[in-house]
Design a protein around this ligand. Structure first.
Ligand SMILES: C[S@@+](CC[C@H](N)C(=O)[O-])C[C@H]1O[C@@H](n2cnc3c(N)ncnc32)[C@H](O)[C@@H]1O
Ligand code: FES
Length: 449
């Protein structure tokens, strides 16, 4: 059964440099134009369009197949798309001049291409040329840097409902020639569209990057932009064994940091609450509570519970404003101080360390765990949420790379492994330690007093 009247597959396969492919022949343009044309001709509810991998006819790309008929089109150009939609998808008459149905010739072309690619790959290998995926990984900073610069300049807001490079550059206080280069690259990343020299936002960029949008994430993403600058000091950090940059101290740095933490926490808090919340929890201590996202999630789930947050003096005013916005000032208090030196209090049912331990050294974490144990009532639990490494510390990849994030940003922070947490928790006096895996990059270590 076909759910749609037609299902069109457009080959979007990329191939190594020097090998013909549908992607190199412009299939991305065909895909976009096809979707646009279907909307224009009112057929987008009847025709499903999907990208697909190589179909072997790479010397004749872009290739697309229309089902249920199984009609193959080759060498499709953007100017052919409207005709294919009108004639074939609307009226059932394939565009004969673009159809390829000579099965023996198609098979011969596919085999010839395959043999050519194999020979070429062997020749590249013999010549010692690096594989493309390795090259792509090395150049992975390019899209990231382009987007972060656009966010730093608030370029997506400057583009607004559409503008020429000159207009956008003037609004962003930037150079027009360079702005145009950046705008073009953002179109190539599908974060902007361009028509007749005018740039406009895509649904994705207008939702997440434009001032005034309810889901604008730019504030938190500026933290990633700040961190990017630190990552460029990685080589020096590896030599020195510690961060070589100053922590940003201005309020915009702190605001972006806490906004970024809030964005991460909003997604993760419900999983933590689900894994940890239980009847009988009355008093919660949230160390380094940041935007209070976890305290908010817990007290919302547990009627009668109260949370105390301890965070640094420059963060606490932000914490209070997040608590105020959630309407929970009566159930969550925020105290300014340092968890390394200030007293924790006592008789808590739960002590939370969400995204905290990676900031500190082993010695600092051991000391915090000991003091957390003392601050808990008997049977109370310490919950550590972090990017937890497997025992040999090489996986998961995110946790292993995040360790470097801590190297470039802290004096002695790191990602830590499950056996390390377990050992520190037991040494701190906890009776029981368990690991809870969460969906996503972070996990939990839960220690019961
Ligand atoms: C990575 S954020 C995590 C925030 C929050 N727990 C969350 O997961 O959304 C680290 C938090 O710890 C706070 N912090 C860092 N050093 C601290 C210290 N010595 N005492 C108290 N809080 C600290 C930071 O201000 C920040 O709010
Ligand atoms: S890359 Fe499209 S058919 Fe091979």
């Amino acid at each position: 059964m076909e759910a749609f009247r037609h299902h069109v597959f457009v080959c979007s396969q990329q191939k190594p440099e020097g090998v013909t492919s549908c992607a190199a022949a412009g299939s991305a343009r065909i895909f976009d134009t096809l979707n646009l044309e279907l909307r224009k001709q009112g057929l987008d509810d009847d025709v499903q369009v999907t990208t697909c991998g190589c179909m072997g006819l790479c010397d004749h790309g872009p290739v697309m197949i229309v089902y249920p008929e199984g009609t193959w089109y080759r060498g499709v150009k953007t100017e052919d798309v409207a005709e294919i939609v009108e004639s074939h998808l609307h009226s059932g008459r394939p565009v004969a001049r673009l159809v390829w149905n000579d099965a023996p010739a198609m098979k011969a072309a596919a085999l010839e291409h395959r043999d050519h690619v194999r020979a070429m790959m062997q020749a590249r290998d013999r010549a010692g040329i690096m594989p493309d995926p390795l090259n792509d990984m090395i150049r992975g900073y390019m899209p990231s840097r382009a987007i972060l610069t656009a966010l730093e300049l608030d370029l997506f807001t400057a583009v607004g409902n559409g503008g020429s490079p000159e207009v956008v550059a003037a609004k962003a206080n930037a150079n027009p020639r360079a702005t145009e280069m950046l705008l073009n690259s953002l179109v190539s990343l599908k974060l902007l569209e361009k028509k007749d020299g005018v740039f406009s936002n895509t649904p994705l960029s207008s939702r997440y990057f434009v001032e005034g949008s309810k889901d604008n994430a730019r504030g938190g993403l500026l933290h990633t932009a700040h961190i990017w600058h630190r990552w460029s000091t990685l080589t020096d950090c590896v030599r020195a064994g510690t961060s070589v940059s100053q922590r940003g101290s201005d309020s915009s740095w702190t605001e972006a940091f806490i906004a970024a933490m809030d964005r991460n926490a909003k997604e993760r808090a419900r999983h933590v609450v689900k894994a940890v919340a239980a009847n009988g929890i009355r008093r919660i201590l949230d160390l380094g509570g940041g935007s209070a996202a976890y305290s908010i999630a817990f007290v919302s789930e547990l009627p009668g519970a109260h949370a105390d947050i301890l965070d640094l003096p420059d963060v606490v005013p932000l914490t209070r404003s997040y608590i105020g916005k959630a309407g929970l000032s009566g159930r969550i208090t925020a105290r300014a101080g340092s968890m390394l030196t200030d007293p924790f209090g006592e008789n808590y049912d739960l002590v939370l360390l969400n995204a905290i331990c990676h900031m500190f050294s082993e010695e600092q974490n051991r000391a915090i765990f000991q003091r957390a144990c003392a601050a808990l009532a008997p049977g109370g639990r310490l919950v550590v949420q972090d990017f937890i490494l497997e025992a040999d510390k090489t996986a998961p990849q995110f946790a292993a790379l995040f360790s470097l994030n801590m190297l470039v940003g802290t004096q002695a922070g790191s990602s830590y492994s499950e056996p390390e947490y377990e050992q520190w928790m037991k040494a701190a006096g906890f009776a029981k330690v368990e690991r809870v895996r969460l969906p996503g990059p972070s996990g939990l270590m839960i220690a019961t007093r």
